[in-house]
Design a protein around this ligand. Structure first.
Ligand code: ZN
Length: 144
């Protein structure tokens, strides 16, 4: 499929839980709340890129904690041959705490090499982020 900027790619449902259980594939949707789909493991196939072409729009999620639907939105035109990717730094303030930081090999010219959470980005990298989840924005403001 070909996606224009800002289009709905898919809607994924998952359950939320707390506290962190060691699953680095779970998406952090709030400071202490994680979201995953244990049945389909669909999140595990959504890789990180430092130049991601989509994002989970947490503010526009709906449902309840057992079945939370989060829309996946395109950040730019996506060619059918491209993999759908998200930027993990947009969802985590500090991945070192959860031991989920990793070395990135996304191949983008913007590759940040080490993905460890939003707090470790330099100001230029922070400005270049095209999506930042609400709880990460809150942490950023708290740490000014
Ligand atoms: Zn990268």
């Amino acid at each position: 499929m070909n996606y224009e900027t800002g289009k709905l790619i898919s809607v994924t449902s998952g359950e939320t839980y707390s506290p962190f259980d060691g699953n680095c594939n779970a998406l952090r949707i709030d400071k202490e709340t994680f979201w995953t789909n244990r049945n389909s493991n669909s999140l595990e196939f959504l890789n990180h890129s430092c130049n991601a072409n989509s994002y989970f729009d947490i503010l526009r999620s709906w449902g309840n904690k057992d079945k939370l639907f989060i829309p996946l939105i395109s950040l730019g035109p996506i060619h059918p041959s491209e993999h759908i990717t998200i930027d993990y730094d947009a969802y985590s303030w500090d991945m070192k705490v959860t031991k989920c930081s990793f070395t990135c090999k996304c191949g983008s010219k913007f590759c940040r090499k080490t993905i460890a959470g939003f707090r470790f980005l330099n100001p230029k990298q922070k400005i270049q982020m095209r999506y930042i989840s609400p709880h990460v924005i809150k942490e950023q403001l708290r740490n000014l």
